[in-house]
Design a protein around this ligand. Sequence first.
Ligand SMILES: Nc1nc2c(ncn2[C@@H]2O[C@H](COP(=O)(O)OP(=O)(O)OP(=O)(O)O)[C@@H](O)[C@H]2O)c(=O)[nH]1
Ligand SMILES: [Mg+2]
Length: 618
Amino acid sequence: MKNIIVGTAGHIDHGKTSLVRALTGIDTDRLKEEKERGISIDLGFAHLEHDGIRLGFVDVPGHERFIRNMLAGAAGIDIVLLVVAADESIKPQTREHFEICRLLGLRTGVIALNKSDLVDPDLLDLARLEIAEYVQGTFLDDAPIISVSAKTGHGLPELRGALIECARTASARDAAGPFRLPIDRSFSLRGFGTVVTGTLASGTIRVEDEVEVLPSGRRLRVRNLQVHGAKVDSATAGQRTAVNLAGVETTELRRGMTLVPPGLFRTAPMVEGSFELLPGAQPLKHRAPVHFHSGTAETQAEVRLLDSLQPLKPGDSARIRLLLKEALPLLPGDRFIVRMFSPVATIGGGTILENTPPARMRRVAAAERLRKLETLDLRSRLALYSAEAQPGVSFPEAVARTGVLPRQLLIEAVEAGLVILKDKDQDTLLIPRARVLDAAQALASSIEAFHRSDPLSAGLPKRQSGLSAAMLEAALGALPDVVAEGEVLRLRSFSVRLRGEEDDALSKMESMFRDGGLAVPAEKEVLAASGLDSRRAHAILQILLRQGSLVRVSPDLICHSDTLARLKELLQTHRGQPFSVPEFKEWTGISRKYAIPLLEFLDRLHVTQRQGDKRIVV
Ligand SMILES: Nc1nc2c(ncn2[C@@H]2O[C@H](COP(=O)(O)OP(=O)(O)OP(=O)(O)O)[C@@H](O)[C@H]2O)c(=O)[nH]1
Ligand SMILES: [Mg+2]
């Protein structure tokens, strides 16, 4: 079953509600006030099925005072049923509704020339000509214009046929992506609790799903689902969906909120996009306050013109930034409508291109960037996001900025040639491969330079690489010739090679420590006795420490490993007998200065253990 939503459009009293009722048998004017006044006030819903196609109707009010309701309904429709009364022809809200549909990106529809029973054939032809001229060159250029009468039933089969045909060729919504349900109604049902309805804009929602309500951020559980009044286990994009939610008051949910999968999306206080100012509008000034509508949501906003600060001329397009009074969950590709404060009228609309504008970007650069974004596919967009962030874009941010499900986005990231890795906080990052390769190349050069200038050192300390842990790991992945050994990085081919005098110094230094035993020589003295300059002497000492021939017991005490081994043997002979520092000094002949650090070292090795003022050998 293909699900297509048909939205009515047209001036007040032209017969939108009457036609929907004639087609479906359902009266969409539910409210008492609607009955009394004979006009539609809020959205109405109906449906019909034919030949594998289910048409969901969203009937909108034509009265200009209720255009906000019309906008909330129009946002979810796939095709438009533009209703024009033959006796009045095109009127202000015919134009306004038509422009709204065009700005919302609708591509197809059917035109009903209604109330044909009220006019003679000449007038009917005239109205038809006027309409044909009006829609010429627009998305309704090819739309059939069908003369009907909701009153007599004339032309109804043709109208139904035209709608079905139009629905057959219309593209269905994306059922695979994450679900988004812009709420258009919220009410409570006795015995059920809170129910919200809306046209599922994308994805699939299931009973028992956890949902997040945006902007509030509340998490709720789907208790029951209905599509066009029938109980279902799941609803898919393009279906009129009623969601029964557990554990929430009806007052906490309202039109304009959106149900989404938990944790994927964010609300944006500032968005950027392309914008078209309608030919009939006043010039639009930089920083103009406006009403912003998208999905079923509306809020106040301030317009920032990006290309130029000169007022935008009617009929022109521009790149704009919108500062929203209430942050909304908007995604690139979402359409929006802008209305003026006074007089309250639709002045234009456009497409969201960015929900997380880069900070500190100059106005003209931002406009330039948006022009570029307009032409980018998802992969190139991901590549741009990761290039704009350091060292790359975080994966959850990329999901929130694109509205693509994580598993799908991961595939796109791979296809876009991005390097995917986790940083120290276990956040996944998408990093441009070129950036990783540059870092790898720079790292390889630093390591080589380090080996050249410091041939006696094991390698470049990691913390001197200048790279974050994540970048370092990625760079190492690209450098098979580099090995990480503990805290240092070295070329695989590198090893410390000692020259004659260095070799002699090494032996000499080692024997000074070995022969000294517990009469430990001072480090300075040993270095001086090495016969090498201080830098190389230090390097040789490091080699002995790395090898383990020498052990650093405390910052100013180095012992030979043989000395320590003998000390442990000696202590074994005093096992089980608590001893004091003076006793230890007596046994070992070590000076007071070194006795304490040495004992603390032995404590750390669990050779000895403190017991109050004394120690025992364990
Ligand atoms: N003679 C005649 N009257 C019609 C026809 N269609 C609708 N009407 C009448 O026109 C009036 C308005 O019809 P609606 O269907 O409520 O018009 P609407 O476009 O839904 O109006 P709003 O929702 O308020 O914008 C009603 O009194 C209808 O009975 C028609 O084909 N012929
Ligand atoms: Mg109506």
